[in-house]
Design a binder for this molecule. Structure first.
Ligand SMILES: Cc1cc2nc3c(=O)[nH]c(=O)nc-3n(C[C@H](O)[C@H](O)[C@H](O)COP(=O)(O)OP(=O)(O)OC[C@H]3O[C@@H](n4cnc5c(N)ncnc54)[C@H](O)[C@@H]3O)c2cc1C
Length: 401
């Protein structure tokens, strides 16, 4: 385990222990199998399914996100101002590529990694997007498919947030249908051991700030999709540009851009040696999608918490709090139920993944369901709690993840 995340997590073991003891005490105090208290923040006591280490890691992530990310998000969202320093801070805490073993990564369980994502998205979906792309897309691609030299050289600095990474699959003419991509890699006509990459990727999270770009392109000789690690520092001027895409209507706290390649020379060693076709990008996207399943529940829990506070404090009709009315209570109960079910389902799929029993269909199912529920509930809150729509507008784009 990464020493920094372990040290920070250790500081929270005590409180995690207290939590466990408290839940054991409430079990002892139960009468005929019923606990004495209902916790609306964890209605199905999902926390009982987590190890002490996982609870401590969640605690560390929550503390960082609430203390360091939350104060920045309003400005970031309003002004589309992504602070690059965030990746460095996350790297120092061991939050990047957290489930990867070795290379300076934390090597935690998929559940712990999901809980980190949940805490980040509790603050903002754009921040989660930036972290997911670095961890699940750029780092996982290098870890799962890269040569040993690429792993040794790049993963430790990506884990620390010293290098920023992105993942270029989508193209202007091919989004849902990446198999039709036009970006091509052809052998360099004069420089042996090099490919020339040409084409355009768009809607690429982190691209304007990235040092390392995973680019999926068709090999001219075979027509097969291959993955390339494009290093900004190695690209001659004029061969690679990453203009930002401004004026997004959501995910504004993340930075998004293009990757424009014009005969950009890339060493043959930077091509992933084994993986061919869409199996490469889809493996990475599966990892990111499971994170989104957790993240969406963090965003939903945040909506629920804000709506609950508002409904309790806002007094209407003869001075009654809105929460007194059953139509409002139903909306809160629906969201609490969806958040609890969704977190349980994501936890189960993450456990199965660590046990080698997970299928991509399970990830698609839990990601689709959790995004749908987060979206439906946030839309529902938009009517009685119109202020919340503005606060969590980011959820509306989550289904694109
Ligand atoms: C903020 C943001 C960040 C992103 N980050 C990245 C990134 O880091 N890397 C990356 O590679 N990509 C990224 N993307 C791209 C994203 O993955 C694509 O937007 C997505 O794949 C959809 O492609 P498209 O936008 O071209 O939509 P289109 O393919 O044009 O689809 C338009 C609509 O048609 C629907 N549709 C498409 N095909 C079908 C079908 N067969 N049946 C029914 N409906 C269909 C789609 O669901 C969609 O609603 C990002 C996008 C956004 C908005």
């Amino acid at each position: 385990m990464n020493p920094s995340v372990f040290r920070t997590a250790s500081r929270h073991f005590q409180s995690a222990n207290r939590l466990c003891r408290a839940s054991a005490a409430s079990r002892n105090a139960s009468v005929r199998g019923y606990a004495t208290a209902f916790n609306w923040e964890d209605p199905l006591v999902t926390s009982d399914l987590y190890t002490e280490e996982e609870l401590a890691i969640q605690d560390t992530a929550r503390q960082y996100c609430q203390e360091r990310l939350l104060p920045r998000v309003l400005d970031a969202y309003r002004n589309e101002n992504y602070d690059r320093q965030i990746l460095t801070e996350m790297g120092e805490l061991g939050l990047l590529g957290a489930s990867i073993e070795g290379y300076g990564c934390a090597g935690v369980s998929t559940v712990a990694s999901g809980l980190i994502t949940k805490e980040v998205e509790r603050v903002d979906s754009g921040y989660r997007s930036g972290m997911s792309v670095q961890s699940s897309l750029a780092m996982t691609a290098i870890h799962d498919f890269g040569t040993q030299e690429l792993k040794d050289r790049l993963l430790p600095d990506l884990a620390k947030g010293k290098l920023a990474g992105c993942f270029g699959l989508t193209e202007p003419n091919h989004g849902s249908d990446p198999g039709s991509m036009e970006t091509v890699a052809r052998e360099h006509p004069t420089k042996k051991g090099y490919y020339l990459l040409s084409g355009t990727k768009t809607w690429i999270t982190n691209s304007p700030i990235s040092d390392i770009m995973i680019v999926w392109a068709k090999l001219q000789t075979t027509g097969k999709i291959r993955g390339f690690v494009v290093e900004r520092s190695q690209c001659p001027p004029g061969t690679m540009e990453t203009p930002a895409i401004k004026n997004k209507t959501a995910l504004r706290a993340s930075i998004t851009g293009m990757i424009q390649l014009d005969d950009c020379p890339v060493p043959a060693e930077n091509m992933f040696p084994e993986v061919q076709g869409l199996a490469g990008p889809f493996t990475c996207l599966n990892s990111a999608r499971l994170g989104i399943a957790f993240g969406a529940m963090g965003a939903l829990e945040d909506c629920l918490s804000r709506a609950r506070t508002y409904a309790l404090e806002r007094k209407q009709f003869k001075g009654n709090p809105l929460a007194k009315y059953q139509l409002i209570q139903k909306k809160l109960a629906d969201a609490a139920t969806d958040a609890a079910y969704g977190t349980l389902a994501a936890t189960q799929v993450a456990r199965l993944k660590d046990a080698g029993k997970c299928t991509p269909e399970m990830i698609s199912m839990v990601k689709r369901q959790n995004c749908d529920r987060a979206l439906a509930n946030s839309r529902m809150y938009a009517s009685p709690f119109s202020c919340l729509l503005c606060l969590r507008h980011d959820i509306f784009y989550k289904t694109l993840g």
